[in-house]
Design a protein around this ligand. Structure first.
Ligand code: FAD
Length: 293
């Protein structure tokens, strides 16, 4: 199918893009890499009157490390993240996760801003932002807002962005020296959206995991920061502790059924990922036996 007729404007600056969004309201859509927007338009799932192309706005591109914060511009492409030495050094979780986002052709065009604004609950990057405790920076007619990632995603394809706001950047604290990360997803083929996935980061102090952030994806309408399971893991982890955490995780997740997996299969896979994650973060392979819980 082809998209409905639409008007096109190439924004010259962030201010100009916001002016266009204010003027056209809900009828306008921002275009970044187009890897989600164009298929949705071609399938006529959406029919915007105006496309606001932001690809010429250089200030929205690039990766900068200042002190202990990494700032990533909204137009930074998936491939730029994958190849960035700064991201590999300071946010290794992201380097690992991005390799699972689609395929090279899509990673060459798709952007971090587009992925986060699109807010697919099965996407990798929203969960990574929640695991990293990142901040999403948005700009609108009244100025800039900084939204913690865990408050930014509000539902299936829904975010805290309003129609006249632009996602301009994300900022993430850099990984500490004693931190460890975990990323894994079950997908039918490498590059497909995950059936269930987990992005996690923690500080490892001896036998303890502190600051553990477990962000599951494809198990709800947005990335899910597991709270009850995390609290139970805030001690020296034994098989019994992991078993309790696994039970708590099953109770706090509310996954949906679709053609890929049933509710119970998603719960089971999330528990498998939890056991693998804790075993990997603590470097204790024997805890993987908890996979069968
Ligand atoms: P666009 O398509 O340009 O925009 C997406 C949405 O975000 C639109 O609603 C747009 O208006 C809005 N938007 C874009 N930028 C901004 C901004 N700066 N401020 C406000 N709103 C904005 N993604 C995954 O995460 N995992 C996958 O496994 C995966 N597999 C894919 C497989 C295929 C075959 C395809 C076609 C896509 C896949 N994707 C996957 C999606 C891909 O990662 C997209 O690149 C990404 O979701 C959107 O980025 P984009 O820059 O292309 O955004």
């Amino acid at each position: 199918m082809k998209a409905s007729a639409f008007s096109y404007a190439r924004a010259t600056s962030v201010v100009n893009a916001i002016e266009l969004l204010v003027t056209h309201g809900d009828g306008a859509k921002v275009l970044s890499g187009g890897q989600s927007l164009m298929p949705a338009m071609n399938l006529r799932l959406i029919s915007p009157e105006l496309i606001v192309d932001i690809c010429d706005i250089e200030e929205l591109r690039g990766i900068a490390v200042t002190g202990d914060v990494v700032r990533i511009g909204a137009l930074t492409r998936h491939v730029d993240l994958l190849n960035s030495p700064e991201i590999a050094a300071h946010l290794p979780l992201l380097t690992e996760a991005i390799a699972h986002v689609a395929h090279p052709a899509i990673r060459n065009r798709g952007t971090i801003g587009g992925s986060l604004a699109h807010a697919d609950p099965a996407a990798e990057l929203p969960a990574c932002m929640v695991a990293l405790n990142a901040t999403i920076i948005v700009r609108g007619p009244t100025g800039e807002r900084r939204v913690p990632a865990q408050d930014f995603f509000t539902g299936i394809y829904e975010t805290a962005l309003s129609a006249d706001e632009l996602l301009v950047a994300v900022e993430s604290p850099i990984a500490q020296n004693n931190s460890a990360h975990f990323f894994c997803e079950f997908a039918r083929r490498h590059g497909d959206y995950g059936i269930v996935g987990l992005a996690a980061q923690a500080v490892v102090e001896g036998e303890l995991l502190t600051d553990l952030r477990l962000a599951f994806f494809a198990v709800g309408d947005r990335p899910v920061l597991a709270g009850a399971a995390t609290k139970l893991l805030n001690v020296a982890v034994t098989s019994a502790v992991l078993s309790e955490a696994s039970k708590a995780l099953g109770e706090e997740l509310d996954p949906q059924e679709d053609q890929q997996a049933s509710v119970s299969m998603r719960r089971h896979l999330a528990k498998v990922l939890l056991a693998r994650c804790v075993a990997a973060l603590l470097d204790r392979p024997e805890l993987r036996s908890g996979e069968s819980l």
